[in-house]
Design a protein around this ligand. Structure first.
Ligand code: C2E
Ligand code: MG
Ligand code: MG
Length: 702
């Protein structure tokens, strides 16, 4: 294993530990050495004391003998001489001889402290040799005997230092020896530490390497002591590196690939686009965003397992298409640098075609991609149409960075939904439009917070009697300065950005409260409320409607919910599940804009509704299109046989009203009677119309 970068760290760690080991070793040596020196010093002290005492005792004993001799001859002068000789003997401080009767026979003492000491010793009159050891002096007393009879005591004192000289050396010698040993021990300990800790270096370097993502490295047995604790440590490090490497690979897979398809994901795709943008030269690239917008509906219908299988097939088909187009458009570069396919999210896929010769190649690529993906697809004896919508951006002109390029292709894709070819290239105008839409959305959010949305009511007229039998609540945006934003502008925008759900909730609440108050004022009018696909997508839809009706105190049979054909038919079972409980309470359900969707007559019978609203385009066509009367007649005939009530929308002329009435259409709604108006105006309209009708009882007079 090699790791040059981490060598200094290794050395640092090695030296640190070695120094520590040496320090610990020397510390131990020092403690033991100091102990031994202290013991030796004590022994020295004891020896010196014993020597001093034995000298002085011996001296006292000898002198006592000499004193006895002098006494035998009863010669005071001899005693004096003895005393003098003692006084001059080195280190002796004096002598004192006392008779048994207490008489001082000789006293020749040089120092006052020695005087006291000798007096004390001679007073004791010991019958054997005794000695005392003082801080500076030693003294001894010995009995003076004449022919075995005790006749006195002799005491002699001496300075301690000369007697003890030369007795303290062994402790000093030992201390010097210890220092010598210590001086040798430090490098020895360092050397030993280095030897013992040597395998730690590669291990530390290895762990440092792991921290720097060198996950493929492993510790070899030669790097460390293969056995023992370091061997185990190295093996554990290798196991840890194995696991880290596996986790890292898994994380990378998860971070950069789509788990369901194994294709690169959005992040990876963005990285590839960035790489292309930063490495390209004269060439251009194309970025396509492909949305298979029927995919989710197909998955819902076929279930999870079959969905997974289908997804695999679709990915296979997509990559085959991309490879084939590569060969046709990018003949020279496709092998070396193939186009990349990625799954961005859900039913959105991305294709990056690098190294194109120019925008013409991008256009050709796009056309081929669109036609390949719009071919029906064989799957389990069925023909599936994936419904691909494609947005394209040319690189680098439509995006100098990956995010912008992808966002622009997405914008083109959103615009392509309504395009006949279902394929669009990004243009600057699209960008401007998207920005304007964003600004409008922000404005709409502020308006929502400021309660600028409210329900206006358009009357629904009983074509036979001319009476107002109901109203449709339509959302209106009234700004604080009383100006109105056209519903033709904000409703499609709200449907696009999802705010229609919140707006419709407000309208539903407003309409229910108004219907309840009109009923209290003697106008029991039913009110129709438009339901947005977003509201209907919420599983709690039924409960929400029930709760709003209860809070408003409106009778459910005064409430009508208008649902468009496409919403109801998208999932008829769901429509049944959500609407049946409401119908059981008395709520009516109407199928709005009937004739615009693709309802099959068979599916109509499965849907839980009571009213059909003929779309206004058929009514408007009455004057212009010779087939229009036949279509309306057909709808009316079908509704009659299935027992649905029919409302005709967009009645603008008396001629249209007359036609509808004659064909048996019960209810009309349109500018002929009145446009949507604020609640107070609607109430006034009702009162006036009731009064008007009272004067003209015949229905024909309407
Ligand atoms: P819709 O439910 O079919 O509503 C009827 C539309 O036709 C209304 O347009 C109404 O003003 C218009 N209209 C009525 N009589 C005539 C007529 O004689 N001639 C012509 N040319 N038009 C007539 P508006 O208010 O612009 O609403 C458009 C659509 O917006 C509505 O179609 C409805 O689908 C949706 N919408 C309106 N309010 C709401 C709401 O509160 N929630 C939801 N989810 N959608 C709403
Ligand atoms: Mg409606
Ligand atoms: Mg309608």
């Amino acid at each position: 294993m090699s790791n040059d970068a981490s060598t200094p760290a290794t050395q640092r760690t090695g030296l640190g530990l070695q120094a520590l080991t040496a320090l610990a070793f020397c510390g131990l040596l020092l403690v033991f050495g100091a102990g031994a020196v202290a013991l030796e010093w004590q022994t020295d002290q004891r020896r010196a004391r014993e020597r001093a005492l034995s000298i002085v005792e011996e001296r006292a004993d000898i002198l006592a003998g000499q004193a006895a001799d002098a006494l035998r001859v009863a010669d005071g002068a001899t005693l004096e001489t003895l005393a003098l000789s003692i006084a001059h003997r080195n280190a002796s401080l004096g002598v004192r001889v006392v008779g048994t009767d207490g008489s001082v026979l000789v006293s020749d003492v040089a120092r006052p402290d020695a005087v006291k000491l000798l007096e004390r010793l001679t007073r004791a009159r010991a019958d054997r040799v005794v000695s005392v050891y003082e801080p500076e002096l030693v003294a001894a007393a010995a009995p003076v005997r004449l022919d075995g009879v005790l006749v006195g005591v002799l005491a002699v004192a001496a300075e301690r230092a000369p007697l003890e000289a030369g007795q303290g050396g062994s402790a000093v010698r030992l201390a010097l020896l210890m220092l010598g040993v210590l001086a040798l021990a430090i490098p020895a300990a360092m050397w030993l530490g280095q030897k013992v800790l040597a395998p730690l270096g590669p291990i530390v370097a290895f762990i440092d390497g792991l921290g720097e993502k060198q996950l493929a490295d492993r510790l070899a047995p030669k790097d460390v002591l293969a056995r023992g604790e370091f061997g185990e440590l190295a093996a554990a490090c290798n196991r840890m590196a194995d696991r880290l490497q596996q986790s890292y690979r898994r994380l990378q897979r998860m971070a950069y690939s789509d788990t369901a398809t194994g294709l690169p994901n959005h992040e990876r795709f963005a990285r590839d686009v960035t790489e292309f943008l930063s490495t390209r030269q004269e060439d251009v690239g194309a970025l396509f965003v492909v949305r298979l917008d029927r995919l989710e509906r197909i998955f819902d219908a076929i279930g999870q397992d079959a969905g997974d299988e289908l997804l695999t097939r679709i990915v296979g088909r997509l990559s085959a298409a991309v490879r084939a187009i590569d060969r046709m458009v990018r003949t020279e570069t496709c092998v070396e640098r193939p186009s990349q396919l990625a799954r961005l999210r859900g039913g959105d896929f991305g294709v990056l075609a690098p190294r194109l010769r120019g925008p013409e190649d991008a256009a050709r690529y796009a056309q081929l991609l669109a036609s390949a993906l719009n071919q029906p697809f064989d799957w389990r004896e069925n023909k599936l149409v994936l419904g691909a919508v494609i947005g394209a951006a040319i690189l680098p002109q439509d995006g100098a960075d990956a995010d912008t390029a992808i966002r622009h292709a997405m914008l083109a894709m959103a615009a392509a939904k309504t395009d006949t070819g279902r394929m669009k290239f990004f243009t600057k105008a699209l960008d401007r439009e998207a920005n304007a839409q964003l600004a409008f959305e922000r404005e709409m959010r502020v308006a929502l917070e400021n309660n600028e949305f409210r329900a206006f009511f358009q009357p629904k007229i009983d074509l036979m009697t001319g009476r107002v039998i109901g109203a449709e609540a339509l959302a209106r945006w009234v700004k604080p300065d009383r100006t109105m934003v056209s519903p033709g502008r904000f409703i499609p925008a709200a449907e696009e950005n999802g705010l229609i759900g919140s707006i419709s909730d407000i309208i539903m609440r407003d309409a229910c409260w108004k219907a309840a108050s009109w009923a209290r004022e003697g106008f029991p009018i039913s009110v129709a409320i438009n339901i947005s696909p977003l509201q209907f997508a919420d599983e709690r839809f039924t409960d929400k409607v029930l709760r709003i009706m209860a809070e408003a105190g409106v009778q459910p049979n005064r409430v009508e919910l208008e649902i468009t054909e496409s919403v109801a038919l998208e999932n008829p079972d769901r429509a049944l599940r959500l609407l049946e409980p409401l119908r059981a309470e008395g709520v009516k359900v109407s199928l709005d804009d009937f004739g615009c969707g693709h309802s099959s007559l068979a599916s109509l019978t499965r849907l839980p509704f009571d009213i059909i609203k003929i779309d206004q385009q058929f009514v408007r066509a009455l004057a212009k299109d010779r087939h229009a009367p036949a279509i309306i007649e057909m709808i009316l005939a079908m509704a009659a046989s299935l027992d649905y009530t029919v409302v005709a929308e967009g009645v603008e002329t008396e001629h249209e009203a007359e036609f509808l009435r004659r064909r048996g259409c019960q209810i009309g709604q349109g500018f002929l009677y009145g446009a949507a108006m604020p609640a107070p105006d609607f109430l006034r309209f009702n009162v006036e119309r009731a009064g008007h009708l009272a004067g003209f009882p015949s229905a024909r007079a309407v």
